[in-house]
Design a protein around this ligand. Structure first.
Ligand code: PEP
Ligand code: MG
Length: 898
């Protein structure tokens, strides 16, 4: 005796006939389809009776060498008997046969991934019964041949082409082209040939015993859980294998029993726009698969929709008015009951309506937003529920142009979806060309091996950026996201020949001037121009954002340094700047010469002289930022990258710079070589620059305070600068930097005779900084987790080169997701947790934020909520996503406490 029989596990759950064993809450056990069939039955809706074999049975099947629990047989027999009683038909009865469908149904919908068998129970005897019952012999034999084909394919593993060939031969012989031209006798002959073909192939006849058919189909559905398609789909959608699928056995109803029969699909609202109107299509005298197969053109459900589309064929409202009225009531009942837009399948059998499926309908981001806001405004759901209904990442679709899904895509390469949105333009290979053509109003796509800070203006002038190298936190990715430019990075198949002004990929060549399109939302690179959909922000967007803001605890700031970024950030609702990377300001055309002069200086005096030229420009930068931010906090990070990034790298560049600036070419070249480092990411960068050359940081701090005083003196809202030191590892470093900052601030404030509130803090982007956070907090008033570098230094994986090999790790399941995109919560996340704990132990009110790219990733934001950070900071275009994700995270945390 097995344990199952001892504990009397219920493997089979009945539904139909106005009641059910299960309900909609039992999706894990009954699968989505089974749970909803049960729920619809209990609501008293017309559901053809049937039963669901549980997902637990599937799990049992796989963990017991593909065998069933001992008592399953009995439970299936009882389930079938109940269906017979409710329908008044008998399974296998030659004069009054019950026919069933057998379908899969997992917890999560996996459209088309697993198997289905219809018309099961037909054999040489019952087909006559069906002919008599329906009064339509042609229909009976058409059903029988469909069943033989489907069953042979799904259960017996025979190739469906074999059947298509036989049917084609018959059509040729009869000189007809469409199936409907075949008579009852024709179908009988087709059936006979089908059976012969099966017997020839298998060496035994097509199974005639309905019980054997039933168990064959049940096994096939369970087996389809492990087919390649299903496995692939599960991997793509993070569906665990252990969930298993349920099997639904349900009495058949026929939409193909004449002109008062029909089958169709409906959405209670428009799934692409969200408009609150019944939407869908149906076919008269057809079975479910005919609607999907696209052989006949389906008709509209409502008269209004038919008129709008200019269709001639009558709508369901006109062709079957009585059933339509009933259907409309059912549909309204379903939406009210589920409190969400429903995706419905139905069949009409000789004037009688049957509901075959309902589920929450899939929808576009635009529709999701509208439906959630409409439902909340109508009082069907609460505002918090509306907030939970929209996928934060999907907002990207609303903020950027996207490729029209109906357009054809000639994909030439695939890289990383580094910055969302799509862009079309002519290929250019240098930042200068991008700038030249871009400022002349041409649409260009900048194509580079990788970008560097020098390319910034060209990137700004381009519509989109494509790089052959670099990961999700590479320069191109980070900067493009900040600018809201679409970007595909790390498209490794692309071979760029800058000299020949062309790139080659998969045997094709694209020259400068050729038109390409990049899709930064999925990483595709396409040849030519493609139709785009422009974003439009509706009032619903503002409404949902306002509800999210009411709900969230985490503050949301933006990473921004240019006035444009800062303005965009505020438009999208940022509550301050969480990271102003000052090095980006050093690359501006009007100051790069002074920056280079500073780097080339032989001593401190020379450096100070050059820095004095930069000071007024830096001050002007901060005045602009503070003005735009109107008193909101602004975190300014002092210089971070290694100095060599500011120098030209090739002999040609050196020559050009020397000519343009009057700087000595030989000296430039020598200094560039001197500054060369084997491992620049771990080299002379971050606060190490401030330790070696305090005058650089002093100039920056001075610029910040002079700017703050200027703003305050002009009567505008005084800014609260937060001065942030990068790449700090030790308490002692922080002590030095704190003293430098306070000393300089004091000097300026004394000169101006003013008081400005400010904070001094550090980035936490090295494991040592996290572990020794207590030491840092002695001197730092805030921490901002720089999770780009923290991920890089924790894994020891270069953020700029990871694109080359991370995919293999993801494919092999070693990494679930790119850790530069979604925070590695176990490892890097643990360091954050430790740092937060130790920092707070030393300084209870230490302010905590995150400013790595993860600050705009919904799953990482949820983690930040759990650890209790004060704010997240992300690129301006992600601010709305972060606001929504923060609200969802807060709701999630609250629900946990309940
Ligand atoms: C970081 O390292 O996470 C960070 C925000 O700094 P950057 O990306 O500029 O190195
Ligand atoms: Mg960093």
């Amino acid at each position: 005796m097995t344990t199952q029989t001892l504990t009397k596990t219920q493997w089979v759950y009945a539904f139909g006939g106005g009641g059910a064993d299960g309900d909609a809450s039992m999706k894990n056990l009954l699968g989505g389809k089974g749970a909803n069939l049960a729920e619809m039955s209990s609501l008293g809706l017309p559901v053809p009776p049937g039963f669901t074999i549980t997902t637990e049975c599937c799990t049992h099947y796989y963990s017991n060498g593909n065998t069933y629990p001992a008592d399953l047989d009995g439970q299936v027999a009882a389930g079938l008997a109940r269906v017979e009683e409710l329908t008044g038909k008998r399974f296998g009865d030659a004069s009054n046969p019950l026919l069933v469908s057998v379908r899969s149904g997992a917890r999560a919908s996996m459209p088309g991934m697993m198997d289905t068998v219809l018309n099961l129970g037909l054999n040489d005897q019952t087909v006559d019964g069906l002919a008599k019952l329906s009064g339509d012999r042609r229909f009976a034999f058409d059903s029988y041949r469909r069943f033989i084909q489907m069953y042979s394919n799904v259960v017996l593993g025979l190739d469906h082409h074999m059947f298509e060939e036989i049917l084609d031969e018959h059509k040729e012989r009869l000189d007809v082209t469409i199936d409907t031209a075949l008579s009852a006798e024709d179908w009988e002959r087709v059936v006979a040939d089908y059976k012969k073909a099966v017997e020839a192939d298998l060496g035994k006849p097509f199974p005639q015993d309905p019980q054997a058919q039933l168990w064959g189909a049940i096994s096939a559905v369970f087996a389809s859980w492990m087919n390649d398609r299903a496995k692939f789909y599960r991997r793509m959608h993070d569906i665990p294998e252990s969930w298993g699928t349920a099997v639904n056995v349900q009495s058949m109803v026929f939409g193909n029993m004449g002109e008062t029969s029909a089958t169709g699909v409906a959405f209670t609202r428009n799934p692409s726009t969200g408009e609150n109107r019944l939407y869908g299509e149906f076919l008269i005298n057809a079975q479910g698969e005919d609607v999907v197969a696209g052989i006949r053109t389906p008709q509209a459900l409502t008269k209004a929709a038919r008129e709008e589309m200019g269709d001639k064929a009558p709508s369901m409202e006109e062709a079957l008015p009585a059933v339509f009225t009933q259907f409309k009531t059912v549909v309204e009942t379903l939406e009210k009951h589920y409190r969400d837009m429903q995706d419905i399948e139905f069949t009409v059998e000789q004037g009688r309506l049957y509901m075959l499926q309902t589920r929450n309908g899939k929808r576009t981001a635009k529709a999701a937003l509208k439906i959630a806001v409409d439902l909340a405004n109508d009082g069907v759901i609460s505002q918090e529920e509306a907030v939970m209904r929209v996928e934060p990442a999907s907002l990207d679709q609303l903020l950027h142009p996207t490729i029209d899904p109906s357009s054809e895509r000639d994909v030439i390469a695939k890289g990383l979806p580094a910055s969302p949105g799509a862009a079309t333009g002519q290929v250019v290979f240098t930042a200068e060309e991008a700038e030249r053509l871009g400022s002349a109003g041409e649409a260009v796509i900048l194509v580079r091996d990788e970008t560097s800070p020098e390319d910034i203006r060209g990137m700004d002038a381009a519509r989109g950026i494509l790089t052959a190298r670099g990961g999700m936190t590479s320069h191109a990715a980070v900067v493009a996201r900040g600018m809201g430019r679409p970007c595909v990075s790390g498209a490794g198949e692309i071979l760029i020949d800058e000299k020949a002004r062309e790139f080659r990929v998969r045997g094709r060549a694209f020259k400068a001037g050729d038109i390409i399109t990049i899709d930064g939302s999925n990483g595709e690179v396409l040849s030519g121009a493609v139709k785009m959909i422009e974003p439009e922000l509706s009032g619903d967007f503002a409404a949902l954002m306002a509800w999210a803001d009411k709900t969230r605890r985490l503050k949301v700031r933006a990473n921004a340094e240019t006035p444009l970024d800062a303005r965009t950030a505020r438009q999208f609702g940022a509550e301050g700047i969480g990271l102003c990377r000052t090095e980006h300001m050093f690359f501006d055309e009007d100051r790069i010469a002074a920056v280079r002069e500073m780097i080339l200086a032989d001593d401190e005096r020379g450096r100070r002289a050059a820095l004095a030229k930069i000071l007024p420009m830096q001050r002007a930068d901060f005045v602009q930022l503070f003005t735009i931010m109107e008193g909101l906090p602004v975190t300014i990070r002092l210089l971070d990258p290694p100095l060599h990034e500011f120098l030209p790298h090739t002999e040609e560049d050196v020559k050009a710079v020397a000519e343009a600036t009057g700087l000595d070419a030989a000296k430039l070249w020598r200094r560039a070589r001197e500054l060369h480092e084997t491992n620049p990411m771990l080299g002379h960068r971050g606060c190490r620059l401030g330790v070696s050359y305090p005058e650089i940081y002093e100039m920056q701090v001075r610029a910040i305070f002079e700017a703050a005083c200027e703003i305050a003196a002009s009567g505008k809202a005084a800014p609260i600068p937060e001065i942030m030191h990068p790449l700090v590892a030790k308490g002692e470093e922080m002590r030095f930097l704190r003293q430098l900052t306070d000393r300089t601030a004091k000097e300026v404030l004394a000169e101006k005779n003013m008081q400005i509130e400010y904070m001094v803090g550090t980035m936490v982007e090295l494991p040592r900084a996290a572990i020794r956070a207590g030491d840092l907090a002695e001197h730092a008033e805030f921490f901002s987790f720089g999770t780009n570098d923290l991920t890089q230094t924790t894994f020891g994986i270069s953020r700029d080169d990871s694109g080359r090999f991370l995919n293999a790790y993801i494919d092999k399941g070693i990494f679930e997701k790119d850790p530069f995109v979604s925070l590695d919560q176990d490892g890097v996340g643990d360091l954050i947790r430790i740092a937060a704990e130790r920092g707070r132990a030393q300084r209870p009110d230490v302010k905590l934020g995150i400013c790595g790219e993860h600050g705009g990733d919904p799953a990482s934001i949820e983690f930040c909520e759990r650890v209790g950070l004060d704010y997240v900071s992300c690129s301006p275009y992600r601010v709305p996503i972060a606001r929504l994700a923060a609200a969802q995270a807060a709701i999630g945390e609250r629900e946990k406490d309940r």
